[in-house]
Write a protein that binds this ligand. Structure first.
Ligand code: PGA
Length: 250
């Protein structure tokens, strides 16, 4: 059995003060933290103050992006090296970064390798846009994103990472993929991983769904055998919503 993982992607929301308040409110709730991995990904500015709240407790710290170099003249960036001892997870290749900030499969691969090299867990995002789904290209697009993201990553490392299947048409739109749609693509991703890295790796790696997940639709998604958790954007900013999602996963 793979342990479910719920990732809260706060995107560019919450001041440090607001992030601390949300984390403080979440941590005191009676939630199944012993059965579910929960990762909070505030904006970079909130990472240190929020990590002060979660301390060494069950909630884990994540960030939304990193650069692949350890240090250098890269204005505005942070590195995986800087996160050692601060965060455990890094979202890599989110579709918003691909669409708006020039992220490519090549940079995603560099970031995945840098994150792993520093002992952190990448949450590798893949997913098709609506035109690709309508054209019947979902499997091709997702397989190619996965293959390129994981190029030159050793099989043992692949087993440790998290994949997030996030159809772009479902992100922030209120139109989530059905559990059946999500499970079909996730099963396909696992088959690709099996082909490339073997069945032990494919069965170990956790694959989440993301895109308009909320308290009303999460149960159907989380009940699917293939879906190992969810990556939550908008609903993760609302205490009752994220709490209900964590509860549904446990
Ligand atoms: P959403 O975002 O839940 O607001 O659709 C999901 C994501 O982008 O990770």
């Amino acid at each position: 059995m793979r342990r479910p993982i719920i990732v809260a992607n706060w995107k560019m929301h919450t001041s440090p003060t607001e992030g601390v308040a949300l984390a403080q409110a979440l941590i005191v709730l009676d939630l199944p933290f012993d059965r579910v991995d929960v990762v909070l990904c505030p904006p970079t500015l909130g990472v240190i103050p929020v990590s002060g709240v979660i301390g060494s407790g069950p909630i884990q710290m994540g960030v939304q992006n990193v650069h692949w170099h350890d240090a250098g003249a890269f204005t505005g960036e942070i590195s995986a090296a800087m996160l050692t001892g601060v965060a455990s997870h890094v979202i890599v290749g989110h579709s918003e970064r691909r669409a708006m900030f020039g992220e490519t499969d090549v940079s995603v691969n560099r970031k995945v390798r840098a994150v792993l090299a520093h002992g952190l867990t990448p949450i590798v995002c893949v997913g098709e846009v609506l035109e690709q789904r309508d054209a019947g290209e979902t499997q091709y697009v997702v397989a190619s994103q996965i293959r390129r993201a994981l190029m030159d990553v050793p099989a043992g490392k692949v087993a440790e990472l998290v994949v997030a299947y996030e159809p772009v048409w479902a992100i922030g739109t209120g139109r989530n993929a059905t559990a059946a749609q999500a499970e079909e693509v996730i099963r396909w991703i696992r088959a690709q991983l099996e082909g490339e890295f073997g069945s032990d790796v494919a069965h170990a790696v956790r694959i989440q769904y993301g895109g308009s997940v909320n308290s009303a639709n999460c149960t159907a998604l989380l009940n699917c055998h293939e879906i190992d958790g969810v990556l939550v954007g908008g609903a993760s900013l609302v205490l009752d919503e994220i709490a209900a999602i964590i509860r549904a996963a446990g």
